[in-house]
Design a protein around this ligand. Structure first.
Ligand code: SF4
Length: 375
């Protein structure tokens, strides 16, 4: 089973924390969609005939595409990747795009397989949205979710960000309660992080934005985990919470090391042996595709790199890291030895599975790095 990811690199405005590739000018939108359609044909053999189980339109902001543009992309996938057993087709949408007209357009895509929306809510408080420079208001966020549900999109996920300096703990608790009261079955929640070279990085350094408080981030992650568990959401990955039956299949397949094909500027692909990433530039991408060349760099993954990716991603999931999946025997013993140097309150060993405790989830990436295999 494999997945297809399509990166739509356009946004209405730049969120201050964002380090994804996108452009705020949509002048190349139609050319770019045509190029993606062409890339689908050029990459038709990449997945080696694996059954496609999921399609994910992310970005950027896929809800900036009109329904015909989405249809042309999906038609090309269905034509050139005919081995399909499609269980999940997700489209990311920003609340300000989800007008009644747009929801009706999206509903018309159900016959093309669309069955899940991911709405970039981030917060139900305007002060936080202004801090992040989101293009929508809190009121628009709640209205967008209700409109999607009224149109029959029950399989919904929203993003919520914690650790925003404008958001005291009481507001974070209310944000989570708002998501519960809207009956959303899946929530992805990330800490606000300051990535180098983002607007947020610059504004904090120049005193224009309030800096992030680590202690607040830690507290709010704890509030999140308690609230989610009390409401019966499974924390199946550190940042992802779902009611039973609502795990995201596409992302779960990433974490389980399944193959995926990424289309569009800056999209990444993985064929089980190598990683490939497309150029992060709309003009260069379109030009190269029009010359029948996928503008990508490829990196073969060494056995140690593959093992480290598995350690990194699996440790973040509720299924944990299965030491037996580390192919080389020497890797198993290296990891088994390295675990002994980690605070035992951060993990449990369940047979061959290494899982993080709630305390350990605060340090997942650091713990994974301690276990990394050296070539
Ligand atoms: S909408 Fe998403 S991709 Fe676009 S700038 Fe904001 S965070 Fe980045």
């Amino acid at each position: 089973m494999a997945g297809i990811y399509i990166h739509i690199p356009f946004c209405k405005q730049a969120c201050h924390y964002c380090n994804f590739y996108f452009s705020v000018s949509t002048s190349l939108k139609s050319d770019l969609v045509k190029a993606i359609v062409k890339e689908i044909e050029l990459s038709k053999d990449y997945l080696g005939g694996e059954l496609i189980e999921t399609i994910y339109l992310g970005g950027g902001t896929p809800s900036l595409l009109d329904a015909d543009e989405v249809r042309s992309i999906l038609d090309a996938i269905y034509h050139f990747h005919p081995k399909l057993d499609l269980h999940e087709l997700t489209l990311e949408a920003n609340p300000d795009d989800l007008t009644p007209g747009k929801i009706a357009e999206l509903a018309s895509l159900r016959s093309h397989g669309l069955n899940r929306l991911s709405i970039g809510v981030q917060s139900f408080y305007d002060a936080d949205l202004v801090y992040m420079n989101r293009a929508h208001s809190a009121q628009e966020a709640a209205a967008a979710v209700k409109r999607a549900q009224d149109a029959g999109f029950d399989d919904l996920t929203i993003d919520l960000i914690y650790g925003t300096p404008t958001m005291p703990d009481e507001n974070w608790e209310r944000n989570i309660l708002s998501a519960f009261s809207l009956g959303i079955p899946h929530i992805s929640s990330y800490a606000l992080t300051v990535e180098p070279k983002t607007h947020l990085d610059k504004y904090i350094k120049t005193g224009k934005s309030i800096p992030i408080d680590e202690a607040q981030t830690v507290r709010q992650f704890d509030i999140l985990m308690s609230a989610m568990s009390a409401q019966g959401y499974e924390q199946y990955e550190i940042s992802n919470f779902a009611r039973p039956g609502h795990h995201a299949i596409h992302n779960t397949n990433y974490w389980r090391g399944k193959k995926y094909l990424g289309l569009g500027p800056s999209a990444h692909s993985y064929d089980g042996q190598t990683r490939r990433w497309n150029v992060a530039n709309n003009m260069n991408y379109i030009k190269s595709i029009n010359e029948n060349v996928i503008p990508a760099e490829t990196e073969p993954l060494t056995p140690a790199q593959q093992a480290n990716e598995y350690i990194m991603t699996s440790l973040r999931t509720m299924w944990g890291c299965d030491i037996n999946k580390l192919q080389a025997t020497s890797y198993k013993s290296q990891v088994t030895e390295a675990i002994k140097n980690i605070d035992p309150s951060f993990y449990i060993i369940d047979g061959d599975l290494l899982k993080l405790t709630r305390k350990g989830k605060h340090y997942a990436d650091r713990i994974a790095a301690e276990l990394f295999i050296e070539d």
